[in-house]
Ligand binder design. Sequence first.
Ligand code: ADP
Ligand code: ZN
Length: 213
Amino acid sequence: MKRLILFGAPGSGKGTMGDLIARDFGYAKISTGDILRAEIEQGSADGLRAKGIMDAGGLVPDDLVGELLRRRLLRGDLGESRGGYVMDGYPRTLVQAEALSAIACDSEKAIFIEVSETEAVERLLSRLTCSKCGAIYNLRNKPPREDGVCDLCRGEVGRRADDNEQSVRQRFRVYAERTLPVIEYYSRRGVLVRVDGNGAAAAVYARIKGLVA
Ligand code: ADP
Ligand code: ZN
């Protein structure tokens, strides 16, 4: 199994790039944010525990995210994905990086999508997300064909609870404090590639695609 890890600030495009990689390379995409939001949607105890923290832009405790990730990795479809999976939003802390390192894989690569904070914030505040499948839209340049309805699954499309100015500010603070050291950790291990994440999704993907296989 190949493992590709996407790093980047909130709004850097990890989710969008992860979707494109999954589509083109047949990789499974694992997004801990999507997994957590699915738990909330289902009203599970884990979801309940996570919701307030996520809405405020904080980090969900490592043990809870770790357990949800473990369950996801055990699901059968990973074997059907063509030899790889792409991680979006994990690891976000050094404890999580250690936990991931304990899970074997044949090769590991990390891509750091670097984007200006101004552009990232602008994207987050105009972003729309499908509450059912996680598909990402944008008020400015990629609205759903039908207002409020997902093109892909007809789920409800709207603003994420944490895509407001106050939570976005907190997410950036947490990213700088907790996740930048994780990126540094992968850089020291020599598996990190930096990519310019500014500009249109297609342009950024053109820079990333060749790094995947
Ligand atoms: P973004 O990268 O835009 O902030 P995500 O969907 O990746 O969005 O994450 C949304 C929220 O979910 C985070 O702010 C955090 O509260 C929670 N979360 C997601 N992944 C993790 C993780 N690996 N560890 C802790 N919390 C997480
Ligand atoms: Zn959808």
